[in-house]
Ligand binder design. Sequence first.
Ligand code: FES
Length: 92
Amino acid sequence: MTEMITLTIDGRKIQAAPHTTILEAARGAHIDIPTLCYNESLTPYGACRLCMVEITEGKRTRLVASCIYEISEGLVVETDTPRVQNVRRLVM
Ligand code: FES
């Protein structure tokens, strides 16, 4: 049996399998993250950066591409902060 990883996305506790990306975990929980270059049939390569989210690991906060960033235990993700909105606006 696969041990599940618990993380928080937009204040919601979510469980997902190891090696799941933030985007996959969010979609599994019906949390929308916009994408452009991501396609389920292809290997993600993180080119467009439209799927950026803000993560907090310990005291460190930073932006990552959710389609290529794998989840980890205790990860905190915010999908709609002013910083995220600003970077998506720049990407578009
Ligand atoms: S969808 Fe393009 S980098 Fe993630």
